[in-house]
Design a protein around this ligand. Structure first.
Ligand code: ZN
Length: 166
């Protein structure tokens, strides 16, 4: 088990678009295992590679939090998004902030597994929210960016106060 330390807003790696994975190596699989361990260590239901300091296109999700049933997606592409849903979200990189976010209700995504095999993800409900949240991370976006600007400003101010030392 290798729990990694989390990168937290305003860490620049969270704002950097992640680069696609070019080689499906043991290093990639180790990164995925570390992501899974880190996600569980922090009671998360999803985590993306930039959150542990690697700006590459990998995320894991497990809204059911059943060990061994994690969804690991490399180089995800959003193919279709339908409907509209709002759910209260939090993020391991935006500690102690919980806000209602509007997103698509259902998504169709493609990607690859850790061995380069193609994946197709059809998701609705909580999984749809999680995969959209993680895809945002790979594009350098945080869930608070989806809030109305006045609301976002308040949240970021609260966050800055929270992380100021002393
Ligand atoms: Zn997040």
């Amino acid at each position: 088990m290798s729990v990694q330390s989390l990168c937290v807003e305003p860490d620049g790696v969270l704002r950097q678009p992640a680069r696609p994975v070019a080689a499906f190596t043991n290093d990639l699989r180790r990164l995925a295992r570390d992501l899974i361990d880190t996600m569980y260590a922090h009671d998360g239901i999803g985590i993306a590679a930039p959150q542990v300091g690697h700006a590459v296109q990998v995320f894991v999700a497990n809204p059911g939090q059943r060990r061994g049933q994690e969804l690991v997606v490399v180089n995800p592409v959003l193919v279709r998004a339908e409907g509209r849903a709002a759910m209260v979200e939090g993020c391991l990189s935006v500690p102690k902030i919980w806000e209602r976010v509007h997103r698509a209700a259902a998504v169709h995504m493609t990607g690859h597994d850790l061995f380069g095999q193609p994946l197709v993800i059809q998701a609705d409900g909580l999984l749809a929210v999680v995969v959209q949240h993680e895809l945002d991370h790979l594009q350098g976006r945080l869930f608070v960016d989806r809030l109305p600007w006045y609301h976002r400003r308040r949240v970021l101010r609260t966050l800055r106060r929270a992380i100021r030392p002393g």
